[in-house]
Design a binder for this molecule. Structure first.
Ligand code: URA
Length: 210
């Protein structure tokens, strides 16, 4: 396996993902599971954060204790489904800065077009984690990562829940410097761009819009 693609095979992640895939799982349960699973995925995607040490005093003695170095990391949610991953990650990293990217697909060119972008300042000095639950065709994810690079980001990771081989290949080709963390790599995309076996439309399932 490509070192830049990490499948989080922890039993809790896999168990929760199975419950999310089931078509009869309610919106409330889906949301709750997504919150729990995103916390576990966040743990994995932040593994490479830099540490420094700080001189502190415990009740017993002084010590040089590890502490995160540098600016707060930036979480970038691709609207709208990315927001479902955001909540759990923010529970783990409450001080993270948050940005949003909105993209729609031009019906004629089929290319992603930006309709919203608001991101934290000084992206060049932060670890930037772009989040979207589904890496399907990769079109919007690749465009969102490019947008972050255009704004100066240099240390970018991509976090998703499910990935299709097609999306991974597209992301690796466009952004070989961006590690991908996912809970599973599924079989393929169907003719409508849905991941198979997948879990359906992640946005509809988390927001109850279908
Ligand atoms: N987006 C989704 O929500 N689901 C898919 O299967 C693919 C893209």
């Amino acid at each position: 396996m490509d070192q830049q693609v990490t499948v989080v095979d922890h039993p809790l992640v896999q168990h929760k993902l199975t419950l999310m895939r089931e078509k009869d799982t309610s919106t409330a349960s889906f949301r709750q599971l997504l919150r729990e699973i995103s916390l576990l995925l966040a743990y994995e995607v932040t593994r490479g954060l830099d540490l420094t040490t700080k001189r502190i005093e415990t009740p017993l003695c002084e010590m040089d204790a590890p502490i995160l170095e540098g600016k707060k990391l930036a979480l970038i949610s691709i609207l709208r489904a990315g927001n479902g991953l955001l909540d759990g990650i923010l529970e783990l990293i409450p001080a993270a800065r948050v940005g949003f990217v909105g993209l729609y697909r031009d019906p004629e060119t089929l290319q992603p077009v930006q309709y919203y972008c608001k991101v934290p300042a000084e992206l060049e000095d932060r670890m930037v984690i772009v989040v979207d639950p589904m890496l399907a065709t990769g079109n919007s994810s690749v465009a969102a990562v490019q947008l972050m690079k255009d704004k100066g980001a240099k240390n970018i990771r991509f976090l998703c829940l499910l990935a299709a081989p097609e999306g991974i290949a597209r992301m690796r080709a466009a952004h070989p410097d961006v590690p991908i963390v996912t809970a599973a790599i599924d079989s393929h995309l169907n003719d409508h761009g849905y991941i198979v076996p997948g879990l359906g439309d992640a946005g509809d399932r988390m927001f109850g819009t279908k």
